[in-house]
Design a protein around this ligand. Structure first.
Ligand code: FEO
Length: 428
């Protein structure tokens, strides 16, 4: 098949719309990206070249170490003195690695970056250039002309860095989307209608890269969805030329909370997770549950971490409004399942959710404070000091737990003023 090409020998640019070429690089042996992301068959660093009647634009470059491939492909379709415009949609090193050398080879070109990219650009190029360089910052609806072709910019920050933007080629309706709609999937057939089944990679990439920034995804979609779109060209993985809107719609679906649809706008979700070694923390959890459950407008869930996998809990946590973690203290620490869950939450945005901790202990009882610190580190709001009980909770202590659950649930629905917060009414 003509387009099943050998990765190691394939070094030509690939034209996928008149005057629009892929000039990126293939990295089929990569197995771990950015330390945390795994990839079973590598990735691509997609870079694009657009030829207009009055000059050439390069959109994004490649990772350091892949410059030869990139420049070889570029030279196969353009001269450096034809390059008028360089756009960096995102300055992370996997896309800016060849920028310093490209600017040296095409010194007449003007660099276009987002308004938020300025400080990053200076830091990025400092080791490589002694002279200051010229660039233009752009935002939504700014345009640059290549004669008969025009590039329009969309300000789409935090997808997944503050600097990220998209660039739209108006005449041919190609969206150069940066990391958005990308995935770590290396296949030299390049196009979504040619490559293997990359659905898992697409969703995995979204879950680890875009998911913490769902609200920014929604804002970006508001700019992207009205565009006429024949092709979406991301910086990683397949170029989406067959039914590109399907991927845009999938992003909206992934970024919309299913739980909030189910609960409606009024009910709040409060989830209690616990681990218990002798049943004492479990008793506390049940008492807290019974207290929280008395509050109208709160749907309370109780989960023993001993019986669950972490991944589905992460989905629940993302949609929850309040999270309570119960852990005994063993060897001066919270127990591993609790830490496993807490450490897996970097992929979701917890900012502003209410958090609280509780647990039984034998002699020292550090776990509750440690869990609270972690929740604060995740930017959660911890309105009440957690409850600690020495060994077996008495009925009085269980009653206190019930009150604690009710109090947290009331805070959640705005019925109770936080302790330690001075209201103006208290001063009069
Ligand atoms: Fe592909 Fe965020 O760099």
């Amino acid at each position: 098949m003509a387009d099943t090409l050998n990765v190691s020998t394939w070094k030509e640019a690939v034209e996928f719309a008149p005057g629009v070429h892929w000039i990126g690089a293939l990295d089929p042996t990569l197995r771990t990206f950015d330390i945390i992301l795994r990839t079973a068959n590598g990735t691509t660093y997609n870079s694009y070249l657009v030829r207009g009647s009055e000059g050439v634009a390069i959109i994004d470059t490649v990772k350091e170490g892949f410059e030869d491939e990139f420049f070889h492909r570029l030279e196969s379709v353009a001269r450096y003195d034809e390059i008028k415009v360089i756009v960096l949609n995102h300055l992370e090193p996997d896309h800016s690695g060849a920028l310093p050398e490209l600017m040296r080879r095409a010194p007449q070109a003007r660099l276009y970056i987002s308004t938020r990219a300025t400080t990053m650009l200076k830091a990025l190029l400092r080791p490589n250039r002694e002279e200051p360089f010229e660039y233009t910052t752009v935002t939504t609806n700014d345009r640059v002309s290549l004669g008969d072709r025009h590039l329009r910019f969309l300000h789409t920050p935090f997808l997944h860095w503050p600097d990220t933007q998209c660039t739209y080629l108006e005449e041919q309706q190609v969206l150069f989307s940066g990391d958005v709609f990308g995935c770590h999937y290396c296949d030299s057939r390049l196009f979504n209608d040619r490559v293997g089944d990359f659905r898992f990679s697409f969703d995995y990439y979204y879950a680890h890269i875009m998911r913490p920034f769902k609200q920014w995804v929604m804002e970006a979609l508001a700019l992207i969805e009205p565009l006429k779109m024949k092709i979406v060209a991301p910086t990683h993985g397949p170029i989406l030329r067959e039914r590109p809107r399907r991927y845009v719609a999938h992003y909206r679906e992934l970024s919309t909370s299913s739980l909030s649809r189910e609960l409606g706008d009024t009910d709040k979700s409060l989830i209690i997770f616990y681990m218990s070694s002798y049943g004492n923390t479990a008793r506390m959890a049940e008492a807290i549950y019974s207290g929280a459950d008395t509050v109208d407008g709160v749907r309370v869930s109780l989960y023993d971490l001993e019986g669950g996998e972490v991944a589905p809990f992460v989905d629940l946590i993302e949609d929850a409004d309040a999270l309570l973690f119960g852990s005994p203290t063993i060897n001066g620490d919270a127990v591993k399942p609790v830490w496993d869950l807490l450490s897996s939450l970097a992929v979701v945005n917890l900012k502003g959710k209410i958090g609280a901790a509780f647990g039984s202990y034998g002699w020292s009882g550090e776990a509750v404070r440690m869990v609270e610190d972690r929740m604060r580190g995740l930017k959660m709001r911890v309105p009440r000091e957690g409850i600690r009980v020495k060994l077996i909770p008495t009925q009085e202590e269980l009653d206190e737990c019930t009150g604690f659950g009710r109090e947290i649930a009331n805070i959640l629905v705005g019925k109770e003023v936080q302790r330690g917060v001075i209201e103006f009414s208290d001063l009069t």
